[in-house]
Design a binder for this molecule. Structure first.
Ligand code: SF4
Length: 221
């Protein structure tokens, strides 16, 4: 259904590969997370999680923050130092930039839900290992199922590649609408705000991606 109005808007939709969807479902089915019926209960389970080695170096888990029935779900890769300290995702300079960009399309932090693939900080902010992402994915899958967003915005190469099970560079994943999971949730990939702080020239493209998100959110169908 959603694909039809995206087509009407002239926005191409890439459908997620069946094997990637199956893999994500297999992980979810393998976890107790899939039976949890509220975000609070899921957050409580995450806070006690020892499914991967990152539990031993975290200050605290960073579950996610925002409206439980948000239309827009923003997903990054993992908590950084500030997030690990404060227990909230996107709280540093990158977070401030993200909020400023959201407000430019009339979205407040409270209107969206912000989460990461990993709920614990990798040491020295290294990239998540595939095994860590796989271990943590059932929690994210359950978050998505409970929030039921109308759109997912994946920020950064790692989040976009993991969610889409693709090895294409972020520059080729952005600028179009993908379809996520069996529910076919529209997914837009964009640059991570931390990258935008280092590469201001990319802001124009990130802005185009946010406009695309806004277009989908504002479509009444
Ligand atoms: S990163 Fe995820 S899977 Fe690993 S310990 Fe933290 S909550 Fe558990």
């Amino acid at each position: 259904m959603r694909h039809e109005y995206l087509a009407a808007l002239g926005i191409p939709v890439w459908v997620q590969r069946a094997d990637a969807t199956d893999a994500a479902e297999a992980v979810t089915d393998d976890s107790e997370a899939s039976s949890i019926s509220s975000l609070d209960d899921l957050a409580a389970q995450v806070s006690a999680c020892t499914r991967c080695a990152l539990h031993s170096s975290r200050t605290q888990t960073v579950f996610g923050v925002g409206s439980n029935d948000a239309d827009l779900l923003i997903i990054g890769e993992a908590p950084g130092a500030d997030e690990d300290r404060q227990g909230e995702p996107f709280v540093g300079r990158a977070g401030q930039l993200l909020i400023a960009m959201l407000s430019a399309v009339r979205l407040a932090r409270a209107d969206v839900y912000i989460a990461n693939i990993l709920k614990c900080r990798p040491p020295n902010n290294r990239d998540p290992k595939p095994a860590e992402a796989e271990a943590c994915t059932p929690y994210l899958e359950r978050q998505i199922a409970l929030i039921e967003p109308r759109v997912i915005l994946a920020v950064g190469r790692i989040a976009a590649q993991w969610l889409l099970q693709s090895d294409r560079p972020i520059g080729r994943l952005r600028g179009t609408v993908h379809s996520y999971g069996t529910a076919g949730i529209p997914l837009v990939a964009s640059y991570h705000p931390a990258y935008l702080l280092r590469s201001p020239l990319a802001k124009a493209k990130a802005w185009e991606d946010l406009v695309l998100v806004s277009q989908i959110l504002n479509d009444p169908s």
